[in-house]
Ligand binder design. Structure first.
Ligand SMILES: C[S@@+](CC[C@H](N)C(=O)[O-])C[C@H]1O[C@@H](n2cnc3c(N)ncnc32)[C@H](O)[C@@H]1O
Length: 203
């Protein structure tokens, strides 16, 4: 339903990660799902993937069979890793699903090395007034309806729409990250914030 744009965003995201990556360091992808991020990332070792749904890992294992990935079934709120372990932690379209963002962010902070980066990509509401209300209407009415026709799964698309609408705006999300201890490096918006990349660092 994104007309393939999310693939371009993921490629852009991965290129950003790569430009901040130091050779032989460890990368963790949280809410790794079916393994798209590691599939796009031209690195094949020191990769760690965490998701609560083991079936997602099974899909990723097939997709990323040439890569050495350490899979864990688990939640962002309780990471099964030592402190100061990763140089980079990524999370695409997963923060919206955290049960408790405060605990999730604290765990991510704990597991990052000093100067390590946390990269988030997440949907949001466009900031520009002209787009804001048509987009909210699209999420509320059109997305669940077309989802029910295309995939016969109104409930999932309704959840997607509701979770985007109730997600904190950029300022509030950054406040949460800064309260955890992170420094804000950069935010990159696509379509005025309908999709955004946040880069923060553990100082
Ligand atoms: C929309 S998918 C995104 C998958 C992948 N990152 C991508 O961009 O394609 C969201 C993922 O978040 C996972 N998830 C849900 N709750 C989570 C939590 N509390 N901690 C970590 N991952 C979670 C789900 O199992 C699902 O695989």
């Amino acid at each position: 339903m994104s007309l393939g744009i999310h693939r371009l965003w993921k490629k852009y995201f991965v290129d950003l990660v790569l430009s901040n990556y130091t050779d032989n360091e460890k990368i963790l992808d949280i809410a790794s799902g079916s393994g798209d991020i590691f599939n796009l990332l031209p690195i094949s070792k020191n990769l760690y993937a965490l998701d609560p749904v083991s079936e997602m890992h099974n899909i990723s294992k097939k997709k990323n069979s040439s890569k050495k990935i350490n899979y864990e079934v688990g939640y962002a709120e309780n990471l099964p890793y030592k402190k100061n372990f990763f140089q980079i932690i990524t999370c695409t379209y997963g923060v919206r699903n955290f049960n408790n963002r405060k605990n999730g962010f604290s765990e991510i902070y704990r597991c990052l090395k000093r100067n390590g980066y946390f990269f988030i990509m997440e949907f949001g509401i466009p900031k520009r007034d002209l787009l804001k209300s048509p987009y909210q209407n699209f999420l509320k009415y059109i997305l669940p309806f077309t989802g029910s026709i295309i995939s016969n799964d109104r409930h999932s698309y309704k959840y997607l729409a509701d979770s985007i609408i109730s997600f904190p705006n950029q300022n509030n999300l950054l406040k949460e990250l800064i309260n955890t201890g992170f420094s804000h490096i950069k935010t990159i918006d696509f379509i005025s914030g309908a999709n955004s990349i946040y880069i923060v660092q553990k100082k």
